[in-house]
Design a protein around this ligand. Structure first.
Ligand code: CA
Length: 116
């Protein structure tokens, strides 16, 4: 590819990411859930809702997407977060809200709060 073609391809890639709204949703998620930048959840970045390094949704991402779709919302509101928080997306026995509070990954059954 010529340098100008590479630049055009890069610009298209950036547009695709913003159009899909992923970084926006992530920002909203961090705001709604008051996620600290140093937390495991923040460090997981895209992998919080996606299967590691793919565009495929993990069970938590899929539940979040479905809840936003049924609420006909393109934004992640506190109400939608409450609905999704009441679910156990990764079926590890811990509800999403409890995992987010404990800073474990609600879409990964291998990540859950230590038993008391
Ligand atoms: Ca869980």
């Amino acid at each position: 590819m010529t340098p100008s073609r590479i630049a055009a391809a890069a610009a298209i890639t950036v547009l695709a990411v913003s159009a899909s709204g992923l970084p926006v949703i992530r920002t909203e998620f961090i705001k709604v859930n008051k996620i600290k930048p140093t937390s495991q959840i923040a460090q997981a970045q895209c992998n919080l809702c996606h299967v590691t390094n793919t565009t495929k949704m993990n069970p938590f991402g899929a539940d979040l997407k479905a809840a936003m779709k049924s609420a006909k919302s393109r934004k992640l509101t506190p109400d939608i977060m409450k609905l999704v928080g009441a679910k156990d997306s990764d079926k590890d026995g811990v509800k999403n809200a409890a995992e987010i509070k404990a800073d474990t990954l609600p879409g990964d059954p291998k990540s859950k709060p230590a038993k008391k």
